[in-house]
Design a protein around this ligand. Sequence first.
Ligand code: OXD
Length: 306
Amino acid sequence: MHISFFCKDDNASAWLDDLRAALPQAIVTPWQPGAALADLAVVWAPPQHMFDEQTKLRTIFNVGAGVDALMQLRLPPQALVVRLDDAGMAVQMAEYVCHAVSQYTRGFDRYQSAAHDANWVRRPPLNRAEFPVGIMGLGVLGQRVAQALQHFEYPVQGWSRTLKAISGVRCYAGPSQLAEFLASSRLLVCLLPLTPETKGILNLATLSQLQPNGYLINVARGAHLVEADLLALLDSGHLAGATLDVFRTEPLPPSHPFWRHPRIRVTPHISASTLPRQSMAQIVGKIQALARGEPVSAIVNPNHGY
Ligand code: OXD
């Protein structure tokens, strides 16, 4: 078995060492132009050039949950694409979203500015019914977020391409149920895969259907959001705040208005970081399962783009 490895990450050499240690019978080589043909590839943010040359790949493992960048490339037509599922990301995502939600619902952002002025002001207790949370995207991460929010007894609903059944979560599906889903959400969490259908889905028309004084939490991809529309809705007061972890351009340029907007919280794409050990262990487990002829989870459907 020959594995070609390309990961655009500072720690990539440690990942390569893990892969070699776990699969001593395999030849694992970092990809470079002109490299020998491999059967499998393990990649994050690879160049097109790699797939122009690596024409014999049977399986491509993406070291990340989102495959949008990979799906822009021309891949060998026979290659199965497998993305990470969970690998330690779901718990991080649940924690991030619950933190962002409670910042708004419990008013921690306001306590912080009050504390700055040594101002002891107690806010009335939270009425959770006033903060229904809508989750767009009910994959592994979305479901874990829904579960975490349910523990804190928020009303939770979800929207996905096809209808899901999740205990305690009101589920909506497809374009025909989007308006109803939005109108019954005050906080909107975006966890959708980025595809041609979902690009720009967070826009003036959709976000203005959220309940008044709504909040956006985008932890999926920057291209889901029409940035000017978010600014307009914050300025008009329909939206009260936004927590953004992902951006159309990353790193977010220093001059970007989101940095200094008083009602936008920016984090640098850290809501759910790829954990090298867990990720490599998952990929190794799947390589071994496929070699035994067993099925693996998180195979990308090229027609859906995720
Ligand atoms: C991912 C990411 O897709 O880190 O895994 O955004």
